[in-house]
Design a protein around this ligand. Structure first.
Ligand SMILES: Nc1ncnc2c1ncn2[C@@H]1O[C@H](COP(=O)(O)OP(=O)(O)O)[C@@H](O)[C@H]1O
Ligand SMILES: [Mg+2]
Length: 370
């Protein structure tokens, strides 16, 4: 039997965001399931401080199970003629070069899901799983994402947004507009973040100002949305120019809304996979999930989250996540499992998509003909 040479696959995990621990869990599942005949996993960990490390114990180092001294310091080369990493086991030691064929950034939130690491991989000339710089950045910004969705006539919750400086000068005006145009309850969120951090559900004008101050701790831009009463339905998408959607699932948060505690600290939230919504509604959700994916120009994978009022058949798109949770029990892969793609196969497909997108884009001219 002909053996295919193994490709060097960097699985990048950890990172500076609040979702560091979730990333470690996702990466653990991915590394266990990667097809070892085709790929050799090169662990690339990013500490909470942003230091890059590599080596077979990088994951355990980030978990705190081994000392930092056991991992090698790593630097991703940004020279596309030599795609790979330089690493050295200790300060003063010689650098060694580790070539890379592919990367799977398993980083959730800022400094990883937002186009920053994607930009680095573009410079490095390494094909990577998931969306490029534009889609990653746009999908991290709840305001720009909504503006794009609206451009494509996709349903979003009524919202307003403003910046720190507006808030400083026009507090009263803004509070008045929120009351008049959105009403209470509403949701106040930092525009760029994830995992429900800095988000408040505000039931009354009295609490509005404190919620804005809280959101402003995390970003200069704040988005306020009308509270939508509906079930939280999620749908997985895979593909590139012609994406496909999975069957939908439902999240039943154990708290009043799907806040940080309900997501990560409390295991009483329920995931219903798949959720039976009837053929018509299911088709509509799949269609909107693909449309949202295309609207932000996502690639590879994304999970699109909805609020659905099943009595009235009303659907609102809440957000698109370009690197959704990826443990074997996370919504994204579970929805594929019930839609015919196993966890291992899903990883293979995503890696193949990364390579085909890279080849397609590499064929593009970057300068006029001589
Ligand atoms: N407009 C809204 N109406 C009702 N619930 C909302 C609304 N916005 C957010 N939520 C609740 O807050 C959670 C987190 O908000 P979300 O915008 O998804 O932030 P994150 O990007 O941090 O996941 C949602 O899963 C939902 O439970
Ligand atoms: Mg969310």
């Amino acid at each position: 039997m002909l053996s295919v040479p193994q490709k060097m696959l960097a699985v990048i995990f950890g990172g500076r965001s609040g979702e560091h621990v979730v990333s470690l869990r996702s990466a653990e599942s991915i590394m266990k399931a990667v097809d070892r005949e085709r790929y050799r996993v090169i662990q690339v960990g990013i500490t909470r401080e942003g230091r890059w490390i590599t080596g077979d114990s990088a994951w355990q180092v980030l978990r705190g199970e081994r000392p930092l001294s056991e991992a090698a310091e790593a630097v991703l080369l940004t020279d596309p003629s030599r795609p790979g990493l330089l690493s050295r086991p200790a300060e003063g030691a010689a650098w060694t070069f580790q070539p890379l064929d592919l990367a799977f950034p398993v980083l959730h939130g800022p400094f990883g899901e937002d186009g920053t690491v994607q930009g680095l991989l573009e410079l490095a000339g390494i094909p990577y799983v998931g969306s490029g710089v534009l889609a990653s950045a746009v999908s991290m910004d709840k305001v720009v994402m909504k503006i794009l969705f609206q451009k494509y006539q996709l349903p979003v919750a009524p919202y307003l947004y403003f910046y720190r400086w507006d808030w400083k000068r026009r507090k009263r005006d803004l509070a008045g507009r929120i009351a008049a145009e959105l009403g209470y309850p509403c949701f106040v969120k930092p525009a760029n973040l994830g995992s429900s951090v800095g988000i408040s559900r505000v039931i009354d004008e009295e609490f509005f100002s404190a919620a804005v101050d809280e959101a402003l701790l995390y970003d200069d831009k704040v988005v306020v949305e009308k509270a939508i009463s509906g079930r939280e339905i999620e749908c997985s998408v895979i593909g590139d120019l012609e994406p496909r959607a999975s069957r939908p699932g439902e999240i039943i948060p154990c708290n009043e809304f799907y806040d940080y505690r309900a997501k990560y600290l409390d295991d009483r939230s329920l995931l219903i996979v798949p959720v039976e919504l009837g053929e018509q509604l299911e088709e509509k959700i799949k269609e909107l999930a693909c449309a949202a994916f295309k609207a932000v120009e996502a690639s590879g994978l994304a999970r699109v989250d909805f609020f659905v009022n099943t009595d009235e058949g009303q659907i609102v798109i809440n957000e698109i996540n370009t690197i959704p949770g990826f443990t074997s029990i996370s919504m994204y892969p579970k929805l594929w499992e019930v839609s015919g793609i196993s966890y291992g196969e899903l990883i293979n497909q995503l890696l193949a998509l990364a390579e085909s997108r890279f080849q397609r884009r590499r064929a593009l001219r970057t300068a006029p003909p001589e």
